[in-house]
Design a protein around this ligand. Structure first.
Ligand SMILES: NC(=O)C1=CN([C@@H]2O[C@H](COP(=O)(O)OP(=O)(O)OC[C@H]3O[C@@H](n4cnc5c(N)ncnc54)[C@H](OP(=O)(O)O)[C@@H]3O)[C@@H](O)[C@H]2O)C=CC1
Ligand SMILES: CC(=O)N[C@@H](CCC(=O)OP(=O)(O)O)C(=O)O
Length: 352
């Protein structure tokens, strides 16, 4: 029987942490060896999440006081709030230097630590680790991820915007000025901790834009789009909060470059993702919905013609907790540990 990797999930009492546990329970090469929490440390996983009652899972422990040198973990997922992972990893990697890490927070996504300080409002606590981190968008950076020790899992909004736009930018098929990303997210994107703005009475029966003109995911988009285009690219990006649990839908407006038609942009995406396991480009003119990808690691992309000459409307949909976070994190784990990329994450979407 093939050996199993010993896995730790830091932040297992949160939304992305519990989603990791849900999927790892069905992963044939993963053994869940450690689960951590903060306020819920000391509790059984089944008491925090009754859906896990049938399974024998480790009790939630605090990160404080862990002896990483004896924990014997092969890989750790960090599903912790921003700025927490930086401090935890300094200690963990000093004591257990062979442990691989997939960080779901934004702590290691920005290669420029001064950009991090600008967008996150404090100096980076582990700039030396940032130098080693590999940006974990598997469809674009697979080769580097396979060799990495520390992978920075991309943000949920940024994954949804990058998967359609990066192939178009790499092929110089669209104008780099005037790109508009209009994105909407379900509420689990905001995490499980209580916040007044997330009360049912504050969000139901309506939806609203936030972070207008200045959401922190812009820094990540600037970095990755500029690298793909080989020149500085700044896009308009506006997130919206929608009263549903899971899902992100991005409606993206682009202008074909040098006469490229929407049909030709569609063809570029079809070719780029021809062999991709988790990106599906719909027939021209068809548009995806969040319900088509809910609970799955898929991103669906649709391309349609705008009535404005030369402009295409590109729509992408993913589940923020799966391809936008935990599914993508396990996809990265698979690459880092030399497992088949789809292992344990090939679920089809839940419907309805
Ligand atoms: N939700 C999403 O769709 C996405 C989230 N992300 C990112 O992933 C990370 C986790 O997000 P999410 O699961 O939504 O967050 P949650 O708020 O749902 O969970 C946070 C987890 O971290 C623990 N925690 C909180 N503070 C500390 C601390 N100071 N020390 C140790 N543990 C702590 C919590 O423990 P306890 O509950 O016991 O207090 C909980 O287990 C975040 O960085 C987020 O930005 C990335 C992509 C998508
Ligand atoms: C709905 C909602 O609040 N979403 C979060 C994004 C969550 C995410 O993916 O991003 P990070 O990992 O960068 O936090 C937000 O807008 O901050």
């Amino acid at each position: 029987m093939a050996t199993k990797a010993k896995i730790g999930v830091l932040g297992a009492s949160g939304y992305t942490g519990s989603e990791l546990v849900r999927m790892l329970l069905r992963h044939p090469r993963a053994e869940i060896a450690m689960l951590t929490a903060d306020r819920r440390a000391g509790q059984a996983m089944r008491s925090v999440f009754p859906q896990f009652s049938p399974f024998d899972l480790p009790t939630l422990v605090s990160i404080e006081g862990q002896d990483w040198s004896t924990a014997g973990l092969d890989l750790v997922f960090c599903a912790l709030p921003h700025a927490t992972t930086q401090k935890v990893l300094k200690d963990l990697l000093a004591k257990a230097p062979d442990t691989k890490v997939v960080d779901l927070s934004a702590d290691f996504r920005l290669s420029d630590t001064s950009a991090y300080a600008r967008w996150y409002g404090h100096e980076h606590h582990a700039p030396e680790l940032q130098k080693e981190a590999v940006y974990g968008l598997a469809e674009i950076h697979k080769r580097e991820i396979k060799k990495a020790q520390l992978v920075a899992n991309p943000g949920c909004y940024t994954t949804c915007a990058q998967l359609p736009l990066i192939p178009l930018l790499k092929n110089k098929a669209i104008e780099t000025d005037g790109i508009v990303v209009d994105a909407k997210s379900g509420m689990t994107g905001a995490g499980r901790s209580a916040k007044e703005a997330m009360l049912f009475s504050e969000v139901s029966e309506g939806f609203h834009a936030y972070g207008v003109g200045g959401h922190r995911h812009m820094a990540e988009l600037d970095q990755e789009f500029s690298a793909a285009a080989g020149k500085e690219v700044i896009v308009s990006f506006t997130p919206h909060l929608v009263p549903m649990n899971r899902g992100i839908l991005s409606t993206i407006y682009v202008q074909g470059r040098r006469g490229k038609t929407p049909e030709e942009l569609h063809e570029i995406l079809l070719n780029f993702y021809d062999k991709a396991d988790f990106v599906h480009v719909l027939p021209f003119g068809e548009t995806p919905q969040t319900r088509h990808v809910r609970g799955s690691n898929w991103t669906f992309i649709g391309v349609a013609k705008d009535r404005v000459p030369g402009r295409a409307i590109v729509i992408s949909a993913l589940d923020n907790l799966v391809k936008g976070a935990s599914g993508q994190a396990i996809q990265n784990m698979n690459l880092m540990l030399g497992y088949p990329e789809t292992m344990g994450i090939d679920q089809v979407a839940l419907f309805p």
